[in-house]
Design a protein around this ligand. Structure first.
Ligand SMILES: Cc1cc2nc3c(=O)[nH]c(=O)nc-3n(C[C@H](O)[C@H](O)[C@H](O)COP(=O)(O)OP(=O)(O)OC[C@H]3O[C@@H](n4cnc5c(N)ncnc54)[C@H](O)[C@@H]3O)c2cc1C
Length: 302
C-alpha cells in the first residue's frame, strides 16, 4: 500500500528507486503505524525521530506489524515535532528493515500463525532522503494510504473465491443423507451472502471508476472496509457451521498434540483456524467502529 503514497507524495528519486521493485514484487514492505498506546487514536503515536545532520535517529516501538519478519522495508509514522498538535508533528519515513537497531519480535495469534510482530527501534539511523513529503506533514500521507488500504481490504475477489470454496464444502457435507448445499436454510444463508457480495462489488467498481477519474478514494473506503470484512467473517462462520465439530481438532491446542491428531474429513481442517484468523479483519486497517465514526462524520455530517 506504500506504492500510491510514494507515487503521489514522493520525489522523482524516490519513485525511481522504490516503485519498480514494488511493482515486480521484488521488495516486501511492512507498515509501521500502530503502537501499544496508539491504534484507533493513531495520532497519539510516540515513536520519535530526531534530525541529526543528514539523518534521523529513530527510537520507539511499533506493534501488530504484519509480516515484518519478511519485510525488506517499512514505512513508519514518527513524531518529529513533539510540541505541535498531535496530527501536525508526524512524519512519514521509509526505513530499511536491515538497519542496525531494529528488532522484530513475533506475536503468535490464536490460530497459531506468525503473521504479526512487535518492532522495536533503538537509535535507528535513517537518511533524510527517506522522508516522504514534508517534515511534520506525514499525517496527510498516512490518511491517503489508509483510504487505499481500506478499499483493498474489501477483498471482493478473495470473497468470490471464498464463496466457491464454501459451496464445495456444502456439497461435500451431508444433512440426513442429502448434501448440505440442498438444505433450504443453508442455501438461503449462502444466497444472502452472494447478494451482499454482488452489491459490494458494484460499489467497489464505482469507487474504482471515481479513482480513475482522479477523485478518491474518500470516506466510501470506510464503507467498503466494513461491508467487505463482514462478508469475509460471515464466510468463515458458514464454513464452520458446515463442518460442525470437525472444525475443532484443527484449533491451536488440539494441533499442538501432534501431526497425527486428525479427526474428520480433510476439508474440515482449515475452517476453525480460518474462522479465528479472520476475526482480525474488523480490527486492522482501522477498526469497523472507527469506520462507522468516519462515515457518521464525513458522509452523514453528524
Ligand atoms: C492481524 C492484525 C494486523 C495488523 N497489521 C498492522 C500493520 O501491519 N501495521 C500497523 O501499523 N498496524 C497493524 N494492525 C493494527 C490495527 O490497525 C489496530 O489494531 C487497530 O487500528 C485498532 O487499534 P488497537 O488495537 O490499538 O485497539 P484500540 O484502539 O485500543 O481499540 C479497542 C476497541 O475500542 C474501539 N474503539 C476505540 N476508539 C473508539 C471510538 N472512538 N469509537 C468507538 N469505538 C472505539 C475499537 O473499535 C476497538 O474495538 C494490525 C492489527 C491486527 C489485528
Amino acid at each position: 500500500m506504500v506504492g500510491p503514497v510514494i507515487y503521489t507524495c514522493g520525489t522523482a528519486e524516490q519513485k525511481a528507486r522504490y516503485l519498480p521493485p514494488i511493482l515486480k514484487g521484488e521488495e516486501w514492505w511492512c507498515q509501521g503505524y500502530s503502537e501499544p498506546g496508539a491504534g484507533s487514536d493513531l495520532a497519539s503515536l510516540k515513536t520519535r525521530a530526531v534530525r541529526e545532520g543528514d539523518h534521523y535517529i529513530v527510537n520507539g516501538q511499533k506493534t501488530w506489524t504484519t509480516l515484518a519478519q519478511h519485510a525488506d522495508w517499512g514505512f513508519f509514522l514518527v513524531r518529529t515535532d513533539p510540541d505541535a498538535k498531535p496530527q501536525q508533528g508526524i512524519s512519514f519515513l521509509l526505513i530499511d528493515m536491515n538497519t542496525p537497531g531494529i528488532t522484530v519480535r513475533p506475536i503468535i495469534t490464536i490460530d497459531g500463525g506468525h503473521e504479526v510482530n512487535e518492532v522495536w527501534l533503538e537509535n535507528v539511523k535513517v537518511p533524510v532522503e527517506n522522508l516522504v513529503g514534508q517534515e511534520n506533514q506525514g499525517w496527510t500521507c498516512a490518511k491517503f494510504l489508509l483510504a487505499h488500504e481500506r478499499s483493498g481490504i474489501a477483498g471482493v475477489a478473495r470473497s468470490k473465491k471464498g464463496v466457491e470454496r464454501l459451496k464445495a464444502l456444502a456439497r461435500a457435507e451431508t444433512v440426513e443423507g442429502a448434501p448440505l448445499i440442498e438444505d433450504a436454510d443453508f442455501k438461503r444463508k449462502v444466497a444472502e451472502l452472494e447478494i451482499d457480495l454482488t452489491a459490494l462489488e458494484v460499489t467497489e467498481l464505482r469507487t474504482l471508476a471515481r479513482e480513475q477519474a482522479g477523485r478518491g478514494p474518500g470516506p466510501e473506503s470506510s464503507l467498503l472496509k466494513i461491508k467487505g470484512t463482514e462478508i469475509q467473517q460471515r464466510l468463515t462462520e458458514l464454513a464452520l457451521e458446515a463442518v460442525g465439530s470437525y472444525g475443532a481438532p484443527s484449533v491451536r491446542g488440539f494441533r499442538d498434540m501432534g501431526d497425527n491428531f486428525s479427526v474428520g474429513p480433510d476439508h474440515a481442517h482449515w475452517t476453525a483456524p480460518n474462522y479465528f484468523n479472520m476475526r482480525k479483519t474488523s480490527i486492522y486497517g482501522g477498526s469497523n467502529e472507527i469506520q462507522r465514526n468516519i462515515i457518521a462524520k464525513m458522509v452523514l455530517g453528524l
